[in-house]
Design a protein around this ligand. Structure first.
Ligand code: MV4
Length: 458
């Protein structure tokens, strides 16, 4: 087993990984930027190394600095968390070359999934349903026009190097296509350095449903069920839950089995998430695979009782998965609210000093956070300060626990998304489970019409 793990991350996820290491008796190394010197992840790690200035390109994205920190401290493995270098095939390769275990999939699998057109083709070949679309990147305007005509409008243009919703264009008529193709290509080139784009049939009003998998290095893969992630704004998820109310037990088993087979086909090891769109008729289509631990993994942990981060570490060390698919039992319902340091109405970031911070516990409540009274939320990094996750025997109980937890949470000195969460949790469509990826857009525009203010209830 590893003796020492370096955590190449910050914030709540760095603390979450420290929790797993402590339970396994593994020493930890924190890396931090000059802005994070007084953070809890530094305080609770056994050792710490400053890797550069506040800007993440100079610190948390600095591969040589992170590898040097691992070598100096004698760490056997690096856990990348999510964001930053978590899906860097390059970091995974450098780790291999330096005989440091990268806690994640093989570099070639990270690279495959990073190319959304290749990933699509690989999944299709493995028997996973994908949307009708171009076979690989579009080669010319003529070809795109022809493909779009065959697919039927609307279509969506996606960047091969994109993902998470960046660089997409919905095209509703043939007239719009040439211009949309040019802008999408230009934007992809500017954002990712690769201008390649591909086409897919556009699905109206889908749900976003994703399946958690974990594989070991002996060819075993199991799925840990799905998460419903339709409550998002501008591709930032706000609320996630498990299970999805939209799936029958039969659909869950079928989707799970399909994903497990596909993950095996690409020799998937460690934790991963396969994202799907579910259309209003209940059909599933593969979107992309995330080759990392995800922000919303706690809802899966709550309903399965499996510690995903501990399992990631164990399989990276070469252990076989300690459970079979038939050992995975789903119990009750879990919901996560992402608490961001931002204005609940304008969504403008709200960094600064937190004077007071208190979240009540009680039955079925989990809080993953780096925040505490008198801590500072830095403007340099993303605005997620806490994840509040509640569990209930059913969805109604999980929602009730979330509401009373948010109502009794005290965060003073900065603005947070809590008032927005409380409104959504009281929305009749949310309560009924009538969700799709346009829920928040619809919700926010209706609120505007009503003249309703979140500040009134804040
Ligand atoms: C789509 C789609 C509709 N049709 N693809 C956005 C994130 C990226 N992973 C893929 N995305 C979408 N792809 C087709 N063919 C709609 C979205 C989409 C979306 C997906 C998941 C969650 C939220 C979303 C919000 C807007 C659009």
């Amino acid at each position: 087993m590893f003796k020492k793990i370096l955590i190449a991350n910050r914030g709540e996820i760095a603390l979450r990984i420290i929790c797993a290491c402590r339970e396994l008796g593994i020493k930890t190394v924190a890396v931090y930027s000059e802005a994070d010197e007084n953070s809890l992840h530094v305080r609770f790690a056994d050792e710490d190394v400053c890797i550069g200035p506040a800007r993440s390109t100079d610190s948390y994205l600095n591969v040589p600095a992170i590898i040097s920190a691992a070598e100096i401290t004698g760490a056997d493995a690096i856990h990348p968390g999510y964001g930053f270098l978590a899906e860097s095939a390059y970091l995974a390769e450098v780790c291999e070359a330096c005989h440091i275990k990268f806690i994640g999939p093989y570099p070639n699998v990270i690279r495959l999934m990073g190319d959304k057109a290749r990933a699509r083709r690989a999944m299709k070949k493995a028997g996973v349903p994908v949307l009708p679309g171009s076979d690989g990147p579009v080669q010319s305007e003529d070809q795109a026009v022809k493909t779009a005509r065959e697919l039927g409008y609307p279509v969506i243009i996606k960047a091969v190097a994109g993902g998470g919703g960046r660089g997409m264009r919905i095209v509703r008529t043939p007239e719009e296509l040439p211009k949309a193709l040019r802008t999408a290509t230009r934007e992809a080139e500017a954002a990712f350095g690769v201008g390649d784009v591909y086409l897919e049939k556009y699905v109206e009003s889908p749900r976003h449903i994703e399946v958690q998998v974990i594989g070991d290095h002996h060819g075993n893969v199991v799925h840990l069920g799905e998460r419903e992630c339709s409550i998002q704004r501008r591709h930032q998820k706000l609320i996630e839950e498990a299970p999805s109310v939209a799936l029958t037990e039969k659909q869950r088993r079928k989707l799970g089995a399909t994903v497990v087979e596909a993950a095996r086909a690409v020799q998937y090891a460690n934790a991963g998430t396969f994202e799907f769109l579910m259309d209003p008729q209940g059909h599933f289509y593969f979107l992309e695979a995330n080759t990392r631990l995800q922000v919303e993994h706690p809802v899966t942990e709550f309903v399965t009782g499996i510690d995903v981060v501990k399992e990631q570490i164990l399989v990276a060390a070469g252990r076989r998965l300690s459970f079979k698919q038939s050992d995975v039992q789903f119990r009750g319902h879990a919901i996560e609210c992402r608490i961001n340091a931002e204005d609940p109405e304008t969504f403008a970031p709200s960094p600064g000093l937190i004077h007071a911070f208190s979240v009540p516990g009680g039955p079925g409540v989990r809080v993953d956070t780096y925040a505490h009274s008198e801590c500072t939320v830095s403007p340099y990094y993303d605005s997620l300060i806490a994840k509040i996750i509640t569990w209930g025997r059913d969805r109604t109980e999980a929602i009730a626990r979330m509401r009373r937890t948010l109502e009794m949470t005290v965060i003073e000195g900065i603005r947070t998304s809590i008032p927005l969460h409380l409104k959504v949790l009281a929305d009749p469509d949310f309560v009924a489970g009538r969700l799709d990826t346009h829920f928040m857009e619809r919700y926010l525009s209706e609120k505007k019409k009503d003249g309703g203010s979140l500040a009134e209830t804040a």
